[in-house]
Design a protein around this ligand. Structure first.
Ligand SMILES: Nc1nc2c([nH]c(=O)n2[C@H]2C[C@H](O)[C@@H](COP(=O)(O)OP(=O)(O)OP(=O)(O)O)O2)c(=O)[nH]1
Length: 281
């Protein structure tokens, strides 16, 4: 069973909405399917997270547990962990063309208790695809906070916040709000200069004034409350002999892929750890 939709938003934004638990839970509820995620799930689903579904047609209301096995800017894959199914996989694939994204959602499932209500699953798939499209179009208009993933000698540069009090001591990537009229690439360069005192280049980006950077993105967008998104770009030190200094932060730390999971990240950054790890590999 397959559904597709053309969404007026870039793929890295649509991919973020695919991973957002509240959109999924709300859309499924609209189709009569009860969905729950565990309290340990962060702002976005990451590989290993599980979702519990209560299909209205399931005998004795036995729940279906699914696990996320892939969550990238190109889509997401979810597989069966347990439940009354012989097989169940949902795969969402994204293809971007000129700022618009083709979303293809494919459901493959064989219920262990005879013919599942095909119409109910079709309705759920339709509702989820429609809701994801609508939310992605909304997020595409949000203000962007850029973050820089600066890798040097296989280590990623992270910084520890000093303020506000609620975030003091937690780790993030260098960056900040994109100013009106400024490109994301220019914002990365400006923020790194202000916060670290070094020049950086955005890989896959273009020189100052351009709006490039399409190939430099790491992971999907991450929603920030109330109305912006965090978007990470891969960057490198222009002069590797220059040493970044913590101008506005408590301290800096270069971390290896294995240590990424140990940092007390800001909540939004935590869901990017698996993408940052892939980038460093
Ligand atoms: N720079 C940065 N900000 C992040 C990250 N993760 C995350 O949730 N944020 C949030 C914290 C803030 O609410 C918001 C923007 O952060 P900021 O304080 O660096 O922005 P800015 O330099 O433009 O500063 P300001 O003008 O708003 O004071 O984004 C991250 O990795 N890097």
């Amino acid at each position: 069973m397959r559904r597709s939709a053309a969404v007026d938003a870039p793929a890295h934004t649509v991919a973020a909405v695919l991973r957002e638990p509240s959109t999924l839970v709300r859309a499924l509820a609209g189709a009569g399917v009860r969905a729950r995620v565990s309290d340990t799930v962060g702002r976005l689903l990451v590989p290993g997270d599980e979702v519990r579904l209560g299909f209205p047609f399931s005998p004795w209301m036995v729940p279906t547990w699914l696990r996320v096995v892939r969550a990238t800017p190109n889509g997401m894959r979810v597989v069966l962990v347990r439940g009354l199914w012989r097989e169940l996989t949902v795969e969402a694939s994204l293809t971007e063309l000129g700022g618009r994204t083709e979303l293809v959602a494919e459901f493959r499932g064989t219920a262990a208790f005879g013919a599942a209500s095909r119409r109910s699953v079709e309705h759920a798939l339709d509702t989820v695809v429609r809701e994801i499209g609508a939310v992605a179009q909304d997020w595409a208009g949000r203000r962007v906070v850029v973050g820089a993933a600066i890798v040097h000698d296989g280590l990623l540069l992270t910084q520890q916040r000093r303020f506000p009090v609620a975030d003091a001591g937690r780790w993030e990537l260098p960056g900040g709000r994109v100013e009106p009229g400024e490109s994301e690439v220019d914002a990365v360069v400006r923020e790194c200069n202000e916060e670290l005192g070094v020049g950086v280049a955005v890989d896959g980006g273009v020189a100052a004034g351009g709006s490039g950077g399409a190939t430099s993105r790491v992971g999907t967008d991450v929603p920030l409350e109330p109305d912006s998104v965090l978007r990470i770009h891969r960057a490198r030190l222009l002069d590797p002999s220059e040493v970044p200094r913590p101008i506005e932060h408590r301290r800096l730390r270069w971390v290896g892929a294995a240590e990424l999971g140990e940092l007390d990240w800001l909540e939004a950054d935590r869901v990017l750890v698996h993408s940052l790890r892939l980038m460093e590999a």
